[in-house]
Design a protein around this ligand. Sequence first.
Ligand code: C2E
Ligand code: CA
Ligand code: CA
Length: 551
Amino acid sequence: MNNRRSKKATAAIIAIGAVMYLLMQICMMILATQENPVIIGEFVIPASTFCGVFSIMQVVINILLVLITGKSGFKATITILTINFVWMFLVVFVKRVGSSLPGLGMVLVDMFIVITLYRVLSQLSQNEHELDKMAHTDSLTSLPNRRAFNLAMQRYLGEKNKFAIAFIDIDNFKNINDTMGHDYGNQVLIEIARRWNSILGEKHFLARLGGDEFSLIISGYKESSEVKALVERYQYCLREKFLINGKDFYITASIGVSFYPDNSTDSSVLLRYADTAMYNAKSEGKHQICLFNQAQMDIMNADVEGENFVKNAVNSQRFQLVYQPLFNASTEKLSGYETLIRFKGENDELIPPYQYIRIAEKLNYISYIDKWVMEKSAELMKAAVDKNENVLVSVNVSVAFLLSSDFLRTVKAILKRTGFPANNLVVEVTENLFISSIEVATEVLNALKNIGVKIALDDFGTGFASLSYLHKLPIDVLKIDKAFIDTLSDDKNDEFVRAIISMGHLLNCKIIAEGVETKSQLEKLKSYGCDVIQGYLLGKPMSYEQALSLC
Ligand code: C2E
Ligand code: CA
Ligand code: CA
């Protein structure tokens, strides 16, 4: 019961208990021969009263021994009581000393108490042990669970020997669950756990972290290069087909591995690195083993840096807007501007947004940024529209912002507050918008159109936009992606660009060519009937003052 106390301390406690028990026994024997009462001051106490007190104290000693030292105490107590019993038995029945008969009975009562107490304590301890086991075991596979894994990890870290963590994810497991049902998926997980358990090395620790994610801690290897071969055994063990409920199929796993102490000495970082390596294994085509390496570490650090940069920029609004002019293809007159965001660097230098937009999307900051851009642009560019009522001002709107519940309310509020005319505003969206929900997206775009705002489909040609549904969308402008303009010298691409332009016109859309950098591109686009030109040839993104001076 109490196995944390050292053996020496336990032996000492038992010895003290036994000596005290013996002393009381001797006292009782002496008192038993005393016919006269004991006189203490003015009190006259019969000797038998003392005997009763001592025998109760003996019971208490025995109880304490069992409580404090558990099994060892129990064994010692039973031994003492047995010896005492035999001796008392002889006194009563051989020596025929009748006065010792109650003492003999008391020994039996003592034995009963000690045995009962020990049994109750054992049961409690067993229950505690089982509860503890349950809390650390995955109920489906009976493998250690995430909590047990964390404890094991702390243990390995404490030992300070090198070890590796393999993060294992079953490939396409979601498909199995979706097509065959959860019960079936559970059977697969049980079988996987069974196979891995059968090859589990002595110095390996396998746990199910949840879902189809497992983790393996490997120690006891000499060189890191051995780890891959060790992990391969776990992958190899899945190669035989799985036959469950009469259906058979094959399972593969993607595995990422990180190393202590080479990659990190922090358990959560190690697990994150193994997870990153696992994702790399997935992106390399699944059924792979990927060891975490310096290059991946650099990417992660860069990501963290990027995230911090975006967070700081958003918190202190370190943005600035630039405006790229757009020109009518045939007259080469200004037709409008695209508003583009720049992030301010440490020295207020303006940084193009490409990579930060991706991070802002990941951090859910993009709606905030887009709103800021729309508001600021409407506020400032009102002056341009006042000067030239035909000028259109476009802003890029991310999927997250457009599909957010208060998007329409926000746009209306911005137009109202700034006085910017809705007819001069263009919202640029990409085809990603239609991936999640074409119905909802169309609804929002229709509502925008109803208040007069124009809609441009950006980066056209790079996404999945299908001609079959394009006519159903309320699109006013198609922006041909720069990639097609870049290769305009290629005849095949020429045909493609021409086809986009004529199809766009059939759908009543205006066509903008993005990224026009050369005169020959411009001439070709003009001859193909493109409506608007955007690109470095005619105008780079510029400051507000420069932009305003153009209209
Ligand atoms: P985009 O919407 O396709 O914007 C056009 C990008 O092409 C701009 O890059 C522009 O500077 C660049 N560009 C224009 N003409 C030329 C050319 O002739 N040659 C070359 N090499 N590049 C040209 P920028 O400003 O770096 O913006 C990159 C992307 O960032 C934008 O692509 C847009 O997707 C996104 N973005 C910019 N501002 C915002 C914003 O406020 N909100 C959101 N959600 N995204 C934005
Ligand atoms: Ca754009
Ligand atoms: Ca674009």
